[in-house]
Ligand binder design. Structure first.
Ligand SMILES: [Ca+2]
Ligand SMILES: [Ca+2]
Ligand SMILES: [Ca+2]
Length: 462
């Protein structure tokens, strides 16, 4: 009886086998796992048992609140009033009062919720907890208040309903434009209305039931994609891509497997960058990279680089304000949602990467970063982009198999060279073989996932 495991093993996975069982142990992550167990007997007959791994069964997969088991993976979810942290495991309180809540007067954030309170001379309306009514309403509105007249120390005063501000005259109420004053929590687009505002989303997104978050539309699942017949749909944030399925190559204008003995075609060349505007060029950052051979630059390297830069930007902007302001004194607030960058927002300038010297191997790469679709600002300031790159030097270096030796703005203003070195890690792969009978038992301890495949001899008819 022999056992083997096929597919890409989770990183750090440990396998041990004996005559009757194979045990696989690894730390559960949200990364999709696609493995197969193969059991073979002496006569070389084999079986491939189907495995359904429930990562949520152990320690809720490491999720702080809720774990949702999916095919080959799992996702953590949060209770209402919380949002998923960028670590994809923990849940953070949503600050419903920042930058503005839906309370008529005072909004008070609490963990998992929020409360509405009222100014002095007002009390919470029993019929609507968000609304405030005067403790002592005016007997006659002799001031001519447009909305609300109340008595304060026996004197008449005016106040306005939610979404309005009291004018200089002390009685007229005018609409607050929440969109131009940034007093809104819209994820993408804000539309002012009289007494209120509403949020909307750009193409490729749909508005969440919370009324302000824009969620990506999964075109692949909704079957609204258009891909050439041999290609597969791959969802992206804001759009989708058409790609060749695993093990297939783009040959003769379609995705196909290799002929026996044929060599895989060379990886596709990097995409042709769009011509940048003056503003885009002026906000660009230039990297000096040791060990990068520009003749080996291709679409795959380019995509890996862009993805790592985007992930670094998302992380940086979640920690340092919201990246939209360059002033250090900018008010730090907990935005309702993260600004999520994707590779589509990373733009390499035409002519880059450029080889500066062959010996030692040295190249430069200039690029700028756009905000995601629907943002009020278009391009990230170069100073912030320099900080983003410096904060993730090792990751970005390893994404291009090089060593970033300096990071500076394309047009000098702040120049701070920095060096670092990195060790890229490579995924482990295992080979297949053949099988027979089996039973699968799953068990776990702590955050570790253990799968034990036990082979059982079945009576065989000769
Ligand atoms: Ca809250
Ligand atoms: Ca308004
Ligand atoms: Ca999409």
């Amino acid at each position: 009886m022999t056992f083997s495991v096929t597919g890409s093993l989770p990183s750090g996975a440990q396998i041990s086998t004996n005559a009757t069982a194979v045990t696989l142990t690894w730390n559960a992550t949200t990364k999709q796992i696609d493995i197969e167990f193969v059991v073979a007997d002496d006569s070389n007959q084999s079986y491939r048992p189907t495995t359904n791994i429930d990562e949520c069964a152990v320690n809720k997969g490491g999720c702080q609140q809720n774990c949702l088991n999916t095919h080959g993976s799992f996702v953590c979810t949060c209770d209402p009033g919380y949002r998923l942290n960028l670590d994809k495991k923990n849940c953070d309180d949503v600050d419903e009062c920042s930058p503005v809540g839906d309370c008529m007067q005072i909004c008070e954030n609490t963990i998992g919720g929020y409360n509405c309170k009222c100014n002095a001379d007002f009390k919470v309306d029993d019929t609507n907890p968000k609304k405030c009514i005067p403790k002592d309403p005016c007997q006659q509105n002799s001031l001519g208040c447009k909305h609300i007249c109340f008595l304060s120390d026996g004197k008449e005063k005016c106040s306005c309903r939610a979404g309005y501000a009291l004018e200089q005259d002390g009685k007229t109420c005018t609409d607050v434009d929440e969109c131009t004053t940034n007093m809104n929590n819209c994820n993408q687009q804000c539309n002012n209305t009289i007494g209120d505002f509403s949020c909307s989303c750009v193409d490729g997104f749909t508005l969440d039931s919370n009324g302000f978050t824009c969620n990506d539309i999964d075109e692949c699942r909704e079957w609204t994609f258009k891909c050439q017949e041999s290609m597969q749909c791959q969802n992206t944030r804001g759009s989708y891509k058409c790609v060749c399925g695993e093990g297939l190559y783009w040959i003769d204008n379609k995705c196909q497997g290799l002929e026996k003995g044929a060599k895989p075609p060379p990886p596709p060349p990097a995409s042709v960058p769009k011509t940048p505007s003056d503003e885009e060029t002026s906000q660009s950052v230039k990297l000096e990279i040791q060990g990068l051979n520009v003749s080996e630059w291709n679409q795959h390297l380019e995509e890996t680089f862009k993805t790592v830069v985007a992930t670094s930007a998302t992380k940086h902007c979640s920690e340092a304000d919201n990246c939209k302001s360059t002033t250090a004194s900018a008010r730090r607030k907990r935005a309702a949602d993260y600004v999520i960058f994707t590779e589509d927002q990373v733009h390499i300038l035409p002519g880059y990467p450029k080889q500066i010297s062959q010996d030692p191997l040295l190249a430069t790469l200039a690029f700028y970063l756009q905000f995601p679709p629907g943002s009020s600002t278009d391009i990230i300031k170069k100073g912030i982009l320099v900080s983003i790159v410096k904060g993730s030097l090792a990751d970005i270096s390893s994404s291009i198999n090089g060593n970033i030796s300096s990071v500076q703005t394309l047009f000098a203003e702040t120049t701070t060279p920095q060096t670092t070195s990195v060790t890229p890690t490579r995924p482990t792969e295992k080979d297949n073989s053949n099988i027979k009978n089996y039973i699968i038992a799953g068990s776990v301890a702590g955050g570790l996932l253990v799968i034990i495949v036990v082979a059982v001899m079945r009576m065989e008819m000769p």
